[in-house]
Design a protein around this ligand. Structure first.
Ligand code: SF4
Ligand code: MG
Length: 335
């Protein structure tokens, strides 16, 4: 399978009046054609900043890539300027955001919005572009596409609008689609339909997808691989099965416990106690120490060395390091 994207040791910070926020602190992952990587974590963990960095959409000059590399189809795009990014954005890499309404222009017809990028980047005729727009609306499941092209965004329901946004994102046949919480604004039934649509589109186009979400239910439906982020780092990553059935990191386990189960109606969500650390001055050791029921002396002092549970499943936690394990000194014994 062809490698589409490589993110290597990415560090992103934001300058603020209060100091420098280290939002992403050494994130690395690869992405291959036709696969979906879900980046999961609580808000503020750096998942959106990671996605926005790939697109060079972090607000400048406050936001800055401090270190690391982003390689897209063998090209180092880490420091591409706006002109270079314009040739890639929406063409080779597309992005979908949470709210479909803000992504669409209320004053233009769906047809114009679908064909705009195509005419601009692919230099094709209007009639050819219209044909392609109809094909795309068919692909995303909008009935009577020919008539619908003449309509405006307000004439569509929320779920339909998100389908249109997806059609626009895919019309130039990108190799990579980044979707940041694409179903959060939709109700549960529509959400399920849109997630199914992602799977269908991927089968038909082989596009690689990065899905940013805080919702493990969404992950279960679409991800091939999962990267769990906490305090600006990927603390565990693996194939979906490895994360769902063999999670190692106490934080991942905590997140999985907090998913409501459909078969147990009254089961309460179990939130993880405490809050993530302040990223102005992130802890030197494991950032989960203050919330972790297994925290040991080593955890507070040194950031954990990556443990390979399998070739595809990594975890950054001292619990799996034999040298630390034999010390067995808990700083916060379980009550
Ligand atoms: Fe908990 Fe220590 Fe593992 Fe961090 S390194 S998750 S504090 S056991
Ligand atoms: Mg976000």
């Amino acid at each position: 399978m062809k490698k589409i994207l490589e993110v290597d040791d990415l560090h992103v910070s934001f300058s603020t009046y209060g100091g420098e926020v280290k939002a992403v602190r050494g994130v690395s992952f690869d992405l291959y054609q036709g696969e979906t990587l879900a980046i999961v974590g609580e808000s503020g963990c750096g998942k959106s900043v990671t996605a926005n960095s790939i697109m060079q959409l972090i607000p400048k000059p406050a936001g800055k890539i401090r270190n690391g590399r982003i390689v897209f189809k063998d090209q180092d795009i880490t420091h591409y300027n706006e002109r270079q990014m314009k040739e890639i954005r929406g063409v080779d890499i597309s992005m979908i955001f949470q709210d479909p309404m803000t992504a669409l222009n209320p004053t233009l017809t769906i047809g114009d919005q679908l064909t705009e990028g195509l005419i601009q980047h692919e230099k094709i005729s209007r009639s050819k572009a219209k044909e392609k727009a109809i094909d795309m609306l068919n692909l995303v499941g909008i009935p009577s596409p020919e008539e619908r092209l003449k309509q405006y965004p307000h004439q569509f329901s929320g779920g339909m609008r998100q389908r249109i946004v997806i059609a626009i994102a895919l019309i130039c046949e990108p190799d990579l689609l980044i979707a940041d919480e694409p179903t959060t604004a939709l109700d549960v039934t529509i959400q399920a339909q849109i997630l199914e649509l992602f799977n269908k589109i991927q089968q038909q186009t082989n596009v690689a997808i990065i899905l940013i979400t805080h919702d493990f239910g969404v992950v279960a439906k679409v991800a091939d691989r999962i990267a769990v982020m906490y305090a600006g780092k990927i603390i565990e990553t693996g194939f979906k099965k490895e994360i769902f059935y063999e999670a190692k990191h106490p934080y991942t386990k905590g997140l999985l416990h907090s998913i409501p189960r459909l078969d147990q109606k009254d089961e309460k969500l179990i939130p993880i106690d405490g809050t993530p650390p302040d990223l102005f001055s992130p802890p030197v050791g494991c950032p989960f120490t203050a919330r972790c029921p297994h925290a040991m002396v080593a955890c507070e002092k040194v950031y954990p060395i990556r443990h390979e549970n399998s070739e595809s499943h990594y975890v950054e936690c001292w619990l799996y390091d034999e040298r630390v394990q034999h010390m067995k000194i808990n700083i916060k014994p379980k009550e």
